[in-house]
Design a binder for this molecule. Structure first.
Ligand code: NAG
Length: 184
């Protein structure tokens, strides 16, 4: 064996190892942190377990929205793109799964803030911003409901929608509405 071949083989092996050591994390939720992928529950799983076809978080959120090729965090996209994305991912995604309260200190907070609203639950009169999402300045917790695809209700989570904004602040600029499930 000649030395150059040997060196090339060693270099390729090294590249393969370093590629394996830095697995891509599907970061559409923006919760691929340095610690690993953060589940809504607060558990952390290694990046390699995000979108690997196995629910590793007890809440299954590591298999949430894995079918999208664009990994950029949704909340970093333009309002138009975010809206189109939410519309598409929520189509036929109405099998109720679980609701979680996401605190403003959670890695999921920005994701929760930009989630579409559950219009059936986020009620209010038009003059009181009906259908509008929670105001981040006014709520310190948001309940988001996760849904699974219709017909295959045992399948993975495909959509999260705001259901309620809680711990509303009553100081300016917030006005706590008589509608209990939103703060704006
Ligand atoms: C995922 O997105 C968040 C928000 O932009 C960012 O802070 C984090 O570094 C990203 N994670 C990875 C692994 O790129």
């Amino acid at each position: 064996m000649t030395t150059p071949t040997c060196m090339i083989a060693a270099l390729l092996a090294l590249l393969a190892v370093s590629a394996g050591a830095a697995p891509a994390c599907h970061n559409i939720t923006g919760t691929c942190t340095e610690r690993g992928f953060e589940c809504v529950s607060g558990e952390v799983v290694p990046h390699a377990q995000r979108c690997n076809g196995v629910e590793d978080c007890s809440d299954g959120t590591d298999e949430f929205m894995c079918e999208h090729e664009d990994h950029r965090p949704v909340f970093e996209r333009s309002v138009e793109e975010r809206h189109a994305f939410a519309q598409a991912s929520c189509v036929n995604c109405n099998c109720a799964a679980t609701a979680f309260s996401v605190l403003s200190t959670s890695a999921w907070w920005k994701y929760a803030l930009t989630s579409p609203t559950d219009t059936a639950l986020m009620t209010g009169t038009p003059s009181q911003a009906a259908g509008q999402p929670c105001n981040w300045k006014c709520a310190s917790a948001i309940t988001i409901g996760f849904y699974r695809k219709n017909r295959i209700c045992r399948g993975w989570l495909c959509c999260a929608r705001q259901r309620a904004c809680t711990a509303c602040s009553s100081s300016s600029p917030c006005t706590v509405s008589s509608t209990q499930n939103r703060c704006y």
